[in-house]
Design a protein around this ligand. Structure first.
Ligand SMILES: Cc1cc2nc3c(=O)[nH]c(=O)nc-3n(C[C@H](O)[C@H](O)[C@H](O)COP(=O)(O)OP(=O)(O)OC[C@H]3O[C@@H](n4cnc5c(N)ncnc54)[C@H](O)[C@@H]3O)c2cc1C
Length: 400
């Protein structure tokens, strides 16, 4: 049996987030975006709703809900503004879910519990000035000295980089393998902002997701306890990809919410604005843009729901999640562009939300695997040149 209805629990989550974002965020977002201001109070609001540990089990400080709930939250948050969904992506998708699945009991008690409760904020540091898509091109090193690793390097384009308390950092522990670009020489570490030698900054020239914080950090001889190695030495690349699979899922659901935001804004404006004696909604070429948003929204939503269902079942979803992310982000970019178009000259002004949607939509076809990387992945699956290999650690199925 296939069912297309959300369960009552899902509807309750969706409504709670929708109501909170409409009341607390929507009235402020225009000004925050224009002033490039990150509102820390939203983190508290999200924590109070248990969103920052939504799918983390209760024993580790989370809400213990399923992966569909994570998607629904992501969609509702990005409907109001992308920066809120980005918090879910990096804090929950990339960081908390990785700690939950790959972390030792001690690491989970020390780091995951406060993060899932929203007492500490976390993010993910893979990208560097000279390497994004090409993860093995990173230069950060981690050299073992007794019971510590000494980390040196710079991470850039890090969401919440100047805000987060804890960072999941990917670095080379095997310098020979670094030279050979063999990813089994990479390892993952939990790094605290308070560690000596750590310093962060905010990227001021960014032109989208302006109410969000994006930054970078330097590590100069940062001593990280050996107990903060996540997984085993040499598992950093696998952990990084595992994390991205969960982050991408939230990006897919979020971009779906952005399509809906574009659709709603376009419908409203098209009914109000008149040209040639009629509302512009009566012009077929305007209807075409709206119709594309409708079909893209439904298709994007079905794709992320399928990925979420596979996660709930404990089934591999690398291909389906990549497809959902690629499709939703490309379509949200188009929806945002058409939303500006429907608003005409007014779409080019920050008086209306269309311009914010347009700027925000562009980032999602870049992060968590660019549009091109996902296209290649999908072609390679179809051509049989890419197959998913079993992993030592998998995302657990959802059990009530
Ligand atoms: C707003 C924002 C937030 C971000 N947050 C984070 C974060 O929290 N943590 C983090 O680690 N990173 C983050 N990133 C970084 C992001 O993941 C990278 O920008 C992304 O992976 C692309 O890497 P790059 O910028 O180095 O581009 P490059 O990898 O240099 O790519 C440049 C262009 O070349 C294309 N290209 C590259 N390789 C290929 C190929 N093999 N085939 C075809 N085309 C190719 C790309 O698709 C792209 O069009 C963020 C980025 C942005 C914009």
């Amino acid at each position: 049996m296939i069912g297309f209805d959300l369960e009552d629990e899902h509807k309750a989550v969706e409504k709670a987030v929708r109501d909170w974002a409409a009341k607390e965020v929507a009235p402020k977002i225009h000004d925050l975006d224009r002033e490039h201001r990150f509102e820390r109070g939203f983190l508290k609001g999200m924590a109070d709703l248990q969103l920052l540990g939504i799918c983390i089990p209760e024993e580790y400080g989370g809400a213990g809900l399923d992966y569909l709930s994570l998607g629904l939250v992501s969609e509702e948050l990005e409907y109001v503004d992308t920066h809120l969904r980005v918090i879910m992506s990096v804090h929950v998708g990339l960081n908390c879910m990785s700690l939950w699945c790959w972390g030792s009991e001690e690491q989970k008690r020390k780091y995951l519990v406060p993060q899932a409760k929203g007492e500490k904020i976390a993010t993910y540091g893979l990208t560097e000035p000279n390497a994004g898509s090409d993860a093995v091109g990173i230069q950060t090193t981690a050299v073992k000295k007794g019971d510590r690793y000494v980390l040196n390097g710079e991470k850039t384009w890090i969401s919440l980089g100047d805000v987060a308390d804890n960072f999941l950092v990917i670095a080379w522990t095997d310098q020979e393998k670094k030279k050979q670009r063999d990813h089994s020489g990479l390892s993952a570490f939990i790094v605290e902002r308070g560690f000596k030698g750590f310093s962060s900054y905010t990227m001021k020239e960014k032109w989208g997701i302006l109410a969000g914080n994006t930054g970078g950090f330097h590590m100069a001889d940062v001593e990280v306890p050996a107990a903060n190695l996540l997984g085993k030495e040499g598992e950093g690349f696998r952990i990084a990809m595992f994390a991205l699979e969960n982050g991408r899922y939230t990006v897919a659901a979020g971009a779906t919410g952005l399509i809906r935001a574009c659709l709603d804004a376009s419908v409203k404006y098209a009914k109000e604005r008149k040209t040639f004696g009629v509302a512009i909604s009566e012009h077929q070429l305007v209807k075409e843009m709206i119709a594309e948003m409708v079909s893209d929204y439904d298709a994007a939503r079905l794709l992320w729901l399928r990925a979420g269902w596979l996660k709930n079942e404990g089934r591999r979803n690398t291909r389906e999640t990549s497809l959902a992310k690629w499709f939703a982000t490309v379509k949200s970019e188009r929806a945002a562009s058409d939303c500006v178009q429907i608003h005409g000259g007014n779409g080019y002004s920050d008086e209306y939300p269309a311009g914010r949607f347009f700027r925000n939509s562009k980032a999602a076809v870049i992060y968590e695997g660019t549009r091109e990387i996902h296209k290649i992945m999908q072609a390679d699956y179809a051509l049989g040149t890419r197959q998913d290999k079993p992993r030592r650690v998998e995302l657990p199925p959802y059990r009530r």
